[in-house]
Design a binder for this molecule. Structure first.
Ligand SMILES: *Cc1c(COP(=O)(O)O)cnc(C)c1O
Length: 354
């Protein structure tokens, strides 16, 4: 079997152990003589799985009983709308905008209610004192800007309820969930296949969006039905369940964080010690541990860089089409070994072409 080192930004690498389990269990899941794709979501076996997945997320983050874990479809983009719909009873949102995803969330929220800007900056995260939340009901931010390679390494203190898009750093480090009102994460970055979005919401925020809110846009619908008001994305939830177990077995979010520090350091060192051959212009303290973006001083070498990397089984290092350049996403399932290989390749390529 030929497997490449996959630095895709999403959908992205899954742990090989998880893929093997899926392969093994596909034809006969839990002794049912059928796959998870073919059975009722109301079956005891699936009900147990969805419950267990929620419990595993709670355990991994140490989430207390004030919170519900919900499984929603529609991706991160639907959350851009569901957050303001469900939180507008608090007042308008104040949006911290510092990259592609927070900008999109702000734009979408503006369609629903009067969203405001808490801060707007580029190539960095806003400083805590820059966040303007006067008169706002909730503060919204994106903990890791996947396209721009910028990550918050602090949790904003605010009198407002905190709402956070953790799509691309979900379960990659310890998080004190009790500081948040709502957290959401599209699974396809760091937690499983596309089609599933995890929402962690404080219970007192549920059921306040009013009768006119469409049923499937109300968090309460999911909280009341074990996220099974309608048919949930069964396969994505099943895989997320396996990923959660894998994270636990590896040593939990603390271990994921330790590896992320190691992996990101390998790549940032390769960039910083290249004598300007590569550069990353994100403020150093705000660099992402998940998505390492960089450019080549000579952009004409970009295509060759990508092709040469491929020849060494280093795949998907091309940056997002909006910003160009390179991007290596080093989510939980990307090994230290693979990341080391990429760092070594970068050093060799710089020497050969510098
Ligand atoms: C990918 C991504 C999104 C969008 O997710 P979809 O599921 O494609 O809608 C939103 N926020 C962040 C931080 C992302 O990385």
């Amino acid at each position: 079997m030929h497997r490449v080192f996959n630095f895709a930004a999403g959908p992205s690498a899954l742990p090989i152990e998880v893929l093997k389990t899926i392969h093994e269990e596909l034809f006969d899941w839990k002794g049912m003589g059928a796959s998870v794709l073919e059975i009722s979501h109301r079956s005891k076996q699936f009900t147990e799985t969805i419950e267990e997945t929620g419990e595993l997320i709670k355990e991994l983050y140490g989430i207390n009983s004030d919170y519900e874990v919900l499984f929603v479809q529609g991706g991160g983009h639907l959350q851009f709308a569901m957050i303001p719909l469900n939180l507008q009873f608090l007042g308008r949102g104040a949006y911290a905008v510092n990259g592609v995803w927070s900008a999109k969330a702000f734009k979408e929220a503006s369609k629903i209610s009067q969203a405001g800007i808490a801060a707007q900056v580029e190539k960095r995260v806003p400083l805590e004192e820059e966040l303007k939340t006067e008169g706002a009901g909730f503060l919204y931010y994106c903990s890791n800007e996947t396209v721009n390679g910028i990550q918050y390494h602090y949790v904003p203190k605010s009198k407002c309820v905190l709402a956070c898009d953790m799509s691309s750093d979900f379960l990659s480090k310890p998080v004190d969930v009790s500081k948040y009102g709502v957290i959401f994460a599209g699974a396809q970055k760091n937690f499983g296949p596309a089609g599933l979005t995890v929402v962690i919401v404080r219970k007192d925020l549920l059921g306040k969006c009013g009768e006119s809110t469409p049923t499937m846009l109300d968090y309460q619908t999911y909280a009341k039905s074990l996220s099974m008001f309608n048919t949930p994305p069964v396969f994505s939830i099943y895989v997320a369940n396996l990923v959660a177990k894998w994270i636990k077995k590896q040593g939990g979010v603390e271990e994921m964080y330790r590896r992320s520090l190691l992996k990101s350091e390998l790549l940032y060192s390769a960039i910083d010690q290249s004598g300007g051959f590569y550069y990353n212009d994100v403020k150093k303290e705000d660099r992402s541990l998940m998505n390492v973006v960089f450019n080549l001083k000579n952009p004409e070498l970009e295509q060759e860089f990508i092709e040469s990397a491929k020849k060494e089984d280093l795949f998907n290092v091309k940056g997002h089409r909006i910003v160009g350049g390179m991007r290596a996403s080093i989510y939980n399932a990307v090994s230290v070994e693979g990341t080391q290989k990429l760092a070594d390749f970068m050093k060799r390529f710089a020497i050969e072409h510098g």
